[in-house]
Design a protein around this ligand. Structure first.
Ligand code: B12
Ligand code: SF4
Length: 462
């Protein structure tokens, strides 16, 4: 049985939002599709032939795709319509090809997705163990009794087997397989060269109001330091790539695990560079020093707002004084700091926006990442928007009418879209100014003068 795993194309508007927040000139946000790489690893271990096709880096050749017996498609809210199109085309050319899907949107809207998309099977939750079991049943043409968390069709009706696929012991998983990807195309915005993503833990115990929670990410699980060491050594040897993005929600949750990993890195002479996500209340100077020794070059902190009341509303219970201290320590250790902010969250006011601006200036880091708030299913904010603010379930509507949702922050905050755009535009220009000032090749009197005058323009209007 030959299997293709497809990552559909994200919507253009999402790309442009991301481009607007990107680091000037250098940043790309192309990540290898890690979920499909994990599935490929586990299928290959069972003896299947697997190819991943990532539409971010290569166009789908439908003629070639017909050579595969089963096509697995990754579903995300920002590429769902493209997934519908792919399935439609595949079924049009060769209706006997089986299509299996999985991913976050299926957890929230299985009926709507199966009513619209020409998919045969869906897996609810994590697919590494469930997918080979499902393929076995498909091969032997057996019924799906006993398989939990499966969406399928029976006599024209959509059926769902109860349960959710959740992997208890992560160390039982095969390493993700990147072999069929065009790895040279994923150049990291900070390292400036190809990189690999790794996931050393799954889930997060915190409950920030804007963050999407969906069954399997509500249970925090982690790989042992030994597994992580083996995985890194395997990837270094196989792909000759030594830059990594650790994409865990919070890599620094377990200090003892980092200590042990640090020791293992030293004992085995591991030489890599990496970036990771953290939270200021899960890190201290000692841990930062250990991480620096291990190769940490860039650290992300979700700060979200500079306004204590707003942080409370977001249920992001971090201490801004601690943030300032930790940033100082990072600077001392020469670790690049990337802080993420959200503009236009529920009940945002001109005052809270100003406090965010003030904080961004105060922390003075080169790469503040500014996002407009986009409500996603699974977040407390989305539930509140539907229940208290009477917002229509626009993601559900997107599936039903195949049209991109448009969110207007004015519906839930006290600042206008224009005010938000001004603040975001201003911050982007400040970032650009910093970037050019620090780059000898770009430092040009007229360019600097021009950007300063644009910044003045923004300052007068904020
Ligand atoms: C790394 C990451 C990014 C990276 C790379 C994204 C990428 N394309 O790979 C970057 C920084 C670019 C990014 C951007 C964004 N991201 Co992001 N990101 C993540 C993060 C931290 C890890 C993703 C990952 O690799 N997970 C690991 C894999 C193994 O898990 P998984 O994807 O769930 O896959 C499993 C199952 O879903 C299932 N499965 C998945 N596909 C398939 C297919 C088949 C056939 C089967 C059977 C099973 C199956 O099996 C898989 C293996 O167990 C997640 C949070 C998280 N921890 O997952 C957020 C997350 C996915 N991102 C999120 C968001 C909101 C965004 C942005 C929209 C942010 C913004 N406002 O701009 C953008 C969108 C960008 C885009 N166009 O793609 C949200 C999505 C919320 C939701 N309800 O859908 C998440 C969940 C964070 C959160 N908790 O809120 N992101
Ligand atoms: S935003 Fe970060 S810390 Fe908050 S719940 Fe989501 S992953 Fe956890």
């Amino acid at each position: 049985m030959r299997i293709a795993l497809v990552n559909p194309q994200p919507f253009q508007p999402f790309y442009s939002t991301l481009k607007n927040v990107s680091l000037p000139l250098k940043e790309t946000l192309l990540y290898p599709p890690l979920s499909l790489c994990y599935l490929a690893g586990s299928l290959k271990e069972k003896g299947y032939k697997v190819k991943i096709i990532d539409w971010q880096t290569e166009k789908i050749n439908f003629k070639k795709l017909m050579k595969f017996d089963v096509i697995g498609i990754h579903l995300s809210f920002y590429s769902l319509l493209s997934a519908f199109e792919i399935a439609e085309k595949v079924k049009e050319i060769k209706s006997e090809t089986k299509i299996v899907v999985g991913g976050i949107p299926l957890f929230f809207y299985p009926h709507q997705i199966f009513s619209k998309g020409k998919f045969d099977y869906g897996i609810l939750g994590e697919g590494e163990i469930a997918l080979p079991l499902l393929l076995e049943k498909i091969e032997e043409n057996r019924n799906l009794k006993g398989l939990k968390g499966i969406v399928f069709r029976e006599k024209g009706k959509i059926r769902i087997n109860n349960g959710l696929n959740l992997i208890k012991n992560l160390d039982e998983l095969s390493f993700p397989d990147f072999e069929t990807l065009k790895l040279k195309k994923y150049v990291h915005w900070f390292f400036g060269k190809p990189f690999l993503p790794i996931l050393t833990s799954r889930g997060c115990p915190f409950k920030c109001g804007f963050c999407s929670k969906y069954g399997w990410n509500e249970v925090y699980r982690w790989h042992s330091p030994e597994y992580i060491l083996n995985e890194i050594e395997f990837l270094l040897e196989k792909y000759k790539i030594d830059s990594f993005a650790i994409v865990d929600d919070i890599f620094t949750l377990n200090k003892a695990r980092i200590k042990k990993l640090n020791r293992l890195f030293k004992e085995n002479n591991v030489k890599i560079e990496f970036e990771a996500n953290s939270r200021v209340d899960t890190i201290d100077y000692g841990t930062l020093k250990l991480l620096k020794q291990m190769g940490l070059k860039n650290i992300f902190f979700g700060v979200e707002s500079g306004d204590p009341l707003m942080l409370k509303r977001m249920n992001k219970l971090i201490d801004l004084k601690k943030l300032l201290k930790i940033i100082q320590k990072c600077k001392k250790l020469n670790i690049y700091v990337s802080c993420c902010f959200i503009l236009g969250y529920l009940n945002e006011t001109p005052r809270s926006l100003k406090n965010t601006l003030k904080l961004i200036k105060k922390i003075n880091v080169p790469n503040p990442l500014i996002h407009y708030f986009i409500p996603f299913p699974g977040s407390k904010a989305y539930i509140e928007l539907l229940n208290k603010f009477g917002l229509e379930d626009l993601w559900k509507r997107m599936i039903e009418v195949e049209e991109l949702p448009k969110f207007y922050n004015e519906e839930w905050c006290e600042v206008t879209k224009k005010q938000l755009q001004l603040v975001k535009g201003y911050l982007e220009k400040l970032k650009l100014l910093g970037f050019i000032t620090n780059n000898q090749n770009l430092k040009h009197f007229y360019l600097l003068k021009r950007i300063r005058s644009i910044i003045n323009y923004y300052e007068q209007r904020i």
